[in-house]
Design a protein around this ligand. Structure first.
Ligand SMILES: [Fe+2]
Length: 301
């Protein structure tokens, strides 16, 4: 592993070490103090890079949040996937017809003082509102639909190199957008490797027993099992309020260290992509066919 290339390495504690064995699939943006700065500088390039399975590193994402307070919060492992889909940025209580107040927000189960719970909910609400506005502007061509935003004050260590996999076959008919903002006092440590299509190409000789008709969920599991321990790695180490925008479904990755982050998952219709032909459902089917791996599936449109 070599030191990062000039111009893409050290910025305010941000480190990217590129491994020359692997495609250079990380881009570090120049730092801006406003989201408008990134939009004015990069525009539609962001969508183009993302669709090319690039890890886009945003050196500073300005968010109006109380980092010192948030860095005092730790949540149990079960909260890793709890997010806006579960109402953590919404009301704490509802009032019933018989005038009782019933807790409806998972934050109430953290057993914090009530004022702390209210303040935490307000902080999450502030962050999520700002991020929703920002991500829609950063990827202006997309019509983003929010699947979930999680506020993970949950430590992660050495999770193993993998491709994300999703229940139900794993083939979404929409283009998936994911991003991960570090909010901890310590850098979040990622390792990344080939994209899914490139891994199919590079390691095709090891993939002869991938069964015909395998669905994307099982394919991602199979590739993780076969390749997770042998893939060469890049390293990305990023500080508080910096972000990696990358599709964990299509880029091999591992979090080796991290304590607190905000993760977003959104979808957009394939036709809004910069290059709809790069939709991963299509791309994987074509790549598997080209290299004689398994059997192609019908790509959803
Ligand atoms: Fe992952």
């Amino acid at each position: 592993m070599k030191e990062s290339n000039p111009g893409s390495g050290l910025q305010n504690g941000l480190v990217v070490e590129r491994n020359p064995e692997i495609d250079d699939n990380a881009i570090v943006l120049d730092r801006h103090d406003s989201i408008s700065g990134y939009i004015n500088t990069y525009g539609d390039k962001l969508a183009e890079w993302y669709e090319d399975h690039t890890a886009i590193v945003v050196p500073h994402w300005p968010l109006p949040i109380d980092l010192a307070f948030l860095q005092s919060i730790t949540m149990p492992p079960a909260y890793k996937k709890i997010g806006s889909a579960n109402g953590i940025d919404g009301p704490l209580f509802k009032r019933t017809k018989d005038n009782k107040y019933v807790g409806i927000n998972p934050l109430l189960n953290l057993n914090l003082e009530m004022m702390e719970t209210i303040y935490l909910r307000d902080q999450i609400q502030l962050a999520f509102r700002q991020i929703r506005l920002d991500i829609a502007r950063l990827f202006g061509r997309y019509r983003l639909v929010e699947a979930n935003m999680t506020f993970r004050c949950v430590p992660t260590r050495d999770e193993g190199m993998h491709l994300d996999a999703f229940a139900g076959g794993g083939v979404s008919p929409m283009h998936r957008m994911k991003f991960f903002i570090n909010i901890d006092s310590q850098n979040r440590e990622w390792q990344t490797s080939y994209s899914l299509p490139r891994a199919l190409e590079v390691y095709r000789d090891l993939l002869g027993d991938i069964p015909a008709g395998i669905n994307r969920n099982d394919l991602n599991h199979a590739l993780t099992a076969k390749l997770g321990n042998i893939l060469p790695r890049h390293r990305i180490s990023y500080p508080a309020l910096s972000c990696v925008i990358a599709n964990g479904e299509t880029i091999f990755h591992e979090v080796t260290f991290g304590n607190r982050m905000i993760a977003g998952e959104f979808f957009t219709p394939v036709e809004t992509m910069h290059a709809p032909d790069k939709f991963i459902g299509r791309q994987v089917a074509e790549t598997m066919q080209r290299f004689g791996i398994g059997q192609t599936e019908t790509a959803p449109v």
